[in-house]
Design a protein around this ligand. Structure first.
Ligand code: BTN
Length: 273
């Protein structure tokens, strides 16, 4: 079992480590909440500033993509939501979650050799380390995105639900060393601020390029279960709306907008960088 973890993510634990200019400068801390995304959404509806962060030590109803639950035991991991008010058309909003995947992967690579699985799961050695749930709400000047990020930091193998043991992992399981959670939080916020500012000022190009490098997927043959059937092809890149571009055996191009991706021959491993 996991040894007792004594660090906490209270404002007084995190503030001295923050290097960001604007992200996380409004910081809401909860011992326990249903979902940090729900808490952040409520704050955003009440007008909370861009860059407001909600962190919880535990979630009772943590939410994942596709209506799944996100297992959120107390004091082990990171459950983080960020309020963003991006100047990006709603049809291109998936650029924000891809940007978050890039930033989260960069933070994780300071600890272990992480890669991105399309669209934005973070894996190590083929197992999931982190997930991102971006939710768009409101309209016009009241429109906002809540970017929810869950990272398995200090869960031990025995802490993972049995059905997730061959699919999920944590940084501690991968490296054998506990993660200093306040330090990890400060690092992920720093990467997020840099990449979000880049997206707003330079557009999606540099993010798509970093995504290509961090996903190690470009040039790989993948199989995708689409609602209309199975498709396989070689990954050639990302479109501006976040769709994955494939070259099919026929030579035609095909766009994947949703689905579960399997890399033929297994997910590529990368070296620590
Ligand atoms: C996924 O399915 O991969 C996305 C998981 C996102 C989980 C995080 S934990 C913090 C935030 N609050 C939630 O309820 N979900 C996100």
């Amino acid at each position: 079992m996991t040894p007792a973890i004594t660090d906490r993510l209270r404002p007084s634990d995190v503030a001295p480590l923050l290097t960001t200019r604007w992200l996380g400068r409004h910081y809401h801390y909860c011992e326990e909440t249903a979902s940090t995304n729900s808490a952040a959404s409520e704050l955003a509806r009440d007008g909370a500033a861009e860059g407001t962060v909600v962190v919880a030590e535990a979630q009772t109803r943590g939410r994942g993509r596709l209506g799944r639950a996100w297992v959120s035991p107390a004091y082990q991991n990171l459950y983080l939501s960020v309020i963003l008010r991006p100047h990006i058309p709603s049809g291109l909003i998936s650029q924000v979650s891809l940007m978050a995947g890039v930033a989260a992967c960069e933070a994780m690579r300071e600890w272990c050799p992480a890669t991105i699985k399309w669209p934005n799961d973070i894996l190590v050695a083929g197992r999931k380390l982190a997930g991102i749930l971006a939710e768009l709400e409101g309209e016009g000047p009241a429109r906002f995105v809540v970017l929810g990020i869950g990272v398995n930091l200090n869960s031990g193998a025995g802490d993972l639900p049995p059905e997730l043991r061959d699919k999920a992992t944590s940084i501690r399981i991968e490296t054998g060393a506990p993660v200093d959670r306040p330090r990890f939080l400060a690092r992920i916020l720093s990467h997020l601020e840099v990449r979000y500012d880049q997206l707003q000022h330079e557009g999606f190009g540099p993010i798509a390029e970093a995504w290509g490098a961090e996903s190690a997927l470009i040039g790989q043959t993948i199989r995708v279960e689409e609602p209309t059937g199975q498709v396989s092809g070689v990954v050639i890149g990302l479109d501006a709306d976040g769709a994955l571009r494939l070259r099919l055996e026929s030579g035609a191009e095909h766009r994947i907008v949703a689905g579960d991706v399997t890399v033929v021959g297994g997910y590529p491993e990368i070296n620590r960088s």
